[in-house]
Design a protein around this ligand. Structure first.
Ligand SMILES: Cc1ncc(COP(=O)(O)O)c(C=O)c1O
Length: 349
């Protein structure tokens, strides 16, 4: 610690969900996709493993950006890619948020305050209402930049696109960043607003809806000036953030629309089934358009521990306002059946 700088001493790092090395566990704690990546991704990684690995990858990830552009019918100059959306977010905080206050909901992705600590950004959480929703008026005419996930994490609650548009219009001098990590599971992306609002930046990931959490691929979509700002930060930090395999995997994943649509729709079905089963048992579940649900249970911490001892891992946040909830990622039908069976056994149904 003798050699730590003052900023290092002051950090409160993010604590990722547990990654247990057991294969027989029902892992519903970090919102991964229960399906493997598209078979085309695996083929494309095989092709990329060859003599080319001795060479540096394309620093611009050109083919991957083109493929993202094709998917969303936007120009690739409006796309930025990074090593997971966490890295993209880190660059966003560094590139745009340092000079004024940053606003985000008081219950949200817990990495946001961590980046504020790292980059010494002044931030102010805005309370959600009693239904865990953002109150639109709280976000209009602010004196600082804004970031929120849509749908929110860990609640799964979605904000309407019309609300996002109102926030953009009423904050012309503030950047509004929408973190769409979970948008593909029934939410509506704000990508259609790109081009209309220069103060909008969207961040997405391949970790959830494209089953590539292990590859670390994330991206941002926005006005070219914003993308240029991100590239400046990236090239001052790591000019090759995506290795050859990640670029190949990402490109193949976004090109396989059919597989993406199929796996997302299966997860949505499993989510609706799980919600119905929990509700039958009197358990309240917040409305979710994500690949996870937030369920209110008595003695949440005990239930979390009981489930863990039965090899079903969910996420419990020992934090004010949300400590009576469990966040449960949506897995395969079989995994969700195991969850319900174990809940029944624990609750003595
Ligand atoms: C809201 C939100 N944004 C971003 C991320 C980061 O995802 P990744 O770094 O895997 O792209 C997560 C991860 O769980 C998340 O919940």
């Amino acid at each position: 610690m003798k050699f730590w700088s003052n900023i290092t001493k002051s950090l409160t790092p993010y604590v990722p969900g547990e990654q247990l090395n057991e294969t027989d566990i029902v892992k519903l704690n970090t919102n991964e996709n229960p399906f493997p990546p598209s078979p085309k991704v695996l083929e494309s990684i095989q092709d990329a493993i060859g003599s080319q690995l001795k060479k540096y990858p394309d620093p611009e990830s050109t083919k991957l950006k083109d493929a993202i552009g094709d998917f969303y019918k936007i120009e690739s100059e409006n796309v930025f890619v990074g090593n997971g959306s966490d890295e993209v977010l880190a660059h966003v905080f560094m590139a745009f948020f340092k000079d004024k206050k940053l606003y985000f909901p008081n219950i949200t992705y817990s990495f946001y305050p961590v980046y504020c600590g790292l980059y010494e950004i002044d931030y102010q959480p805005i309370s959600l209402n009693y239904k865990f929703q953002m109150e639109t008026e709280d976000y209009l005419g602010l004196d600082g930049n804004i970031i929120f996930p849509n749908p929110n994490a860990p609640t799964g609650i979605e904000v309407e696109l019309s609300t996002i548009e109102e926030i953009l219009i009423k904050n012309p001098d503030n950047l509004v960043v929408v973190d769409e990590a979970y948008v593909d599971f029934g939410g509506k992306s704000a990508v259609e607003l790109i081009g209309k609002y220069k103060n909008l930046l969207i961040v997405q990931t391949f970790s959830k809806s494209r089953s590539l959490a292990g590859m670390r691929v994330g991206f941002a979509i926005g006005d070219t000036e914003l993308i240029e700002g991100l590239v400046r930060v990236k090239d001052s930090f790591n000019s090759y953030p995506l290795d050859r395999l990640a670029q190949a995997a990402g490109e193949a994943a976004i090109k396989d629309r059919e597989y993406f649509e199929y796996t997302c729709s299966e997860i949505i079905k499993n989510r609706e089934w799980t919600v119905a089963e929990l509700e039958k048992r009197g358990i309240e579940v917040l409305p979710s358009t994500a690949n996870f649900i937030f369920a209110k249970v008595e003695n949440a911490e005990n239930i979390y521990a009981e489930l863990k001892s039965r090899k079903v891992l969910v996420r419990y946040f020992k934090k004010p306002l949300i400590n009576s909830y469990l966040r449960i990622s949506i897995g395969t039908k079989e995994e969700m059946e195991k969850l319900i069976k174990n809940i029944d056994q624990i609750m003595g149904v």
